[in-house]
Ligand binder design. Structure first.
Ligand code: MIC
Ligand code: SF4
Length: 660
């Protein structure tokens, strides 16, 4: 039977289960990546699990998120990660070397391999034909230790690309268009696979923009074939030996096919405050703006920034706009410094930020109150910029630079007509500047024991969850609506530096819902915990959208949350809840959501037994007297993890039995 590209890679990596859509399967992981905001926990858990040395083909620890260094926390994390990672046998990319996804694509990605990363934008690697999946840090720690990664054998959505993008239209517009079709909800358990003769017109970095922002669809990953464009890119990175051609078989069947003619796509934007709130840029043209940033793992490649530099050459940014550029990697920055493009950017009045996540995760460059900010990023969740009530539009670098020159939102396809500016076609260089001197090599097994791991006082080992009770008695701490993101649950911005210190970070769980003069979520939860009662969260559709941050489960667990009852729960977050022994429950009848309120007392009589072997649980609402049924959509492994009180205990127990 003709196979899709996804199923070919899955088949080659299958270690448990059958390749039947909807079944749980385990796959071998060839490569892992961690970044600093999730990596400290991942490595602390890796150490706690007693997993020894890294057993993958390649594992890389990156520093890219927490680099503002107000206070000692960030640098403590950097030193811990550098010493712990290299000692464990992983590579370590130092602060300033670039954003994990961009650097991984440039220096490590390998077609037909599997990559598991503790960051939801790990699917960026799909641009080079990898099966690259985002997961919680604990799942990545297990994979670093040689364990399989478990996932639902996916449905494959085929996106057939034809034609070629017009000048000033970018691959960002392709993914924004797809988000307008598929939205951010309802795609759990799917993978997006691109095919068709339009694929060849896109370079690897253009493809990577699409697979990167595919994360916003809520799919497991997105992938492009590996072809001549991939070969050329790898050769230019002096890694031609990693190339392998890979495509779907002729006549491969997709669960759904979406056709997109690239030549018909027009510049698009995601309006405040969701990546699927899509409009065309022409509809928004003329909107006043105060700030623009080009950067993030979605759009800060060499080609993106060269296009910006060439368009800005000899021109000036509108004086009412703050314009910043954050290069995706040191390679990009260095090449532009050498070829003079950086000077053109500086001369235009732009601010040059360092290579890292920066404003994308609220590390500086927050916009003023009430103004519009245009960003080439992938997420515009409320307050993610660090400004409450922010108005963030997500656009392509082409739209960003056109708007910077014109002083308001501008459809870049009109630039030629209005300003006589021609589209600067950018060819990828035949050879990128390769300098891996900021990537530390793993220590050998012989040298590792002699090396010291540096643990600053702000790095606190997270506590493992306690066992689930036979009967769960508790209270609804919070009832929230649809599309609650992990940014709502666990804010980043100024709190990001607390990632290595759960007791401190837990204080701001759900702080976006705090009301002045009232106890915070954390205070209420800890009070309930002290009374011996469990905290519960009730939510609508698509709970836990967005990032892979396991703190969105770890911190609520620390506060005593034991169950999340929602209409639907997103893939990575559901796995994180299970890993931290919080039971994910879905309403059998979504209308029951309306019959439950904050502060209601809930009881699940036989929780433990149900987790062992039942498909549903009866939830008794002691406040209203109305019982309802909750679904337990769990694999056998999920059940075992919950019964072991989380993945840390589960892995320790497994290690004990395997070494007996
Ligand atoms: C994000 O883009 O939201 C992040 C910050 O990169 C997260 C990871 C994190 O919260 O540390 C992600 O995408 O998983
Ligand atoms: Fe960093 Fe933003 Fe990419 Fe997340 S989405 S990895 S914060 S650049």
């Amino acid at each position: 039977m003709p196979k899709t590209l996804v199923y070919k890679i899955l088949e080659n990596h299958l270690v448990s289960g059958d390749l039947v859509c909807g079944e749980t399967i385990g796959i071998r992981i060839d490569q892992t990546l961690t970044q600093d905001a999730t990596g400290t926990t991942a490595f602390l858990l890796f150490e706690s699990m007693g997993l020894g040395r890294v057993k993958t083909e390649l594992s890389v620890s990156y520093i890219d998120h927490n680099m503002s260094q107000f206070g000692p926390e960030n640098h403590n994390d950097h030193l811990y990660l550098q010493t712990v990672a290299t000692r464990a046998g992983a590579w370590h990319s130092r602060a300033g070397n670039g954003i994990c996804h961009q650097v991984h694509l440039e220096r490590f990605g390998k077609p037909a391999s599997t990559l598991l990363g503790s960051d939801s934008h790990t699917p960026t690697g799909g641009g080079i034909g990898m099966l690259a999946i985002g997961a919680g840090g604990m799942d990545v720690a297990v994979a670093m230790g040689g364990g399989a990664f478990y996932l639902t054998c996916p449905k494959v959505i085929g996106v057939k690309l034809t034609g070629k993008l017009r000048p000033w239209v970018a691959s960002k517009d392709v993914i924004l268009k797809l988000l307008s079709i598929l939205t951010t909800k309802g795609n759990v358990g799917c993978v997006v696979e691109y095919f068709g003769n339009g694929v060849a017109s896109l370079s690897v970095p253009q493809r990577a923009t699409i697979t990167n922002m595919g994360a916003e669809l809520g799919v497991t990953t997105s992938i492009f074939p590996s072809d001549n464009r991939t070969k050329t890119f790898l050769a230019a990175q002096k890694r031609g030996d990693c190339y392998q051609s890979l495509s779907a078989d002729q006549g491969a069947k997709y669960d759904r096919v979406i056709e997109m003619d690239l030549s018909k796509i027009e510049p698009m934007a995601a309006c405040p405050s969701s990546p699927d709130n899509i409009a065309t840029v022409s509809e928004l043209a003329g909107t006043e703006i105060a700030q623009i940033v080009v950067g993030s793992c979605t759009n800060s490649s060499y080609a993106d920034l060269m296009m910006v530099a060439k368009t800005l050459k000899g021109r000036h940014i509108d004086p009412m706009i703050e314009f910043a550029v954050a290069p995706g990697s040191r390679q990009v920055l260095n090449m532009m410094a050498k070829n003079g493009a950086l000077a053109d950017i500086i001369a235009s009045g732009a601010r040059v930020l360092e290579s890292g996540c920066g404003p994308c995760i609220g590390q500086g460059f927050s916009p003023a109150d009430g103004v519009v900010t245009l960003r080439t990023f992938n997420r515009n969740f409320p307050s993610r910029t660090g400004t409450v009530g922010d108005q963030t539009y997500l656009v392509s670098p082409e739209t960003a630079v056109a708007s910077a020159i014109m002083g308001h939102i501008t459809d870049p396809t009109t630039l030629k007509e209005v300003m006589g500016i021609k589209y600067p076609t950018i060819e990828l260089p035949s050879s990128f500047l390769v300098d891996d001197s900021m990537i530390e090599q793993p220590l050998s097994a012989e040298d590792a024991p002699k090396a010291k791991v540096l643990r600053g006082p702000t790095i606190v080992v997270p506590k493992a969850p306690t066992a689930l009770p036979e009967k769960l008695t508790g209270k609804v701490l919070l009832k929230c609506g649809d599309k609650i993101t992990t940014d709502h649950i666990m804010p980043a911005g100024v709190f990001l530096k607390l990632r290595s210190n759960v007791p401190q970070y837990a204080k701001v769980v759900f702080n976006c819902f705090s009301e002045e003069g009232k106890p915070t979520f954390a205070e209420q939860a800890l009070k309930l915990k002290a009374e011996g009662l469990a905290g519960m969260i009730v939510a609508g559709q698509s709970y836990g959208q967005g990032s892979s941050r396991e703190h969105a489960a770890l911190c609520p667990m620390y506060l005593g949350v034991r169950a999340v009852i929602a209409k639907t729960i997103e893939r990575i977050h559901k796995a994180n809840l299970i890993n931290f022994a919080i039971v994910p429950i879905e309403f059998e009848d979504p209308a029951d959501y309306d019959r439950i309120g904050t502060d209601d007392d809930l009881e699940i009589e036989n929780l433990l037994q149900a987790v062992k072997n039942a498909e549903t649980v009866n939830v008794a609402n002691k406040t209203t007297g109305i019982d309802f049924t909750g679904k337990l959509k769990l694999s056998q492994r999920d059940r075992d993890i919950l019964l072991s009180a989380g993945l840390l205990n589960y892995t320790r127990e497994k290690n004990k039995t395997s070494t007996k």
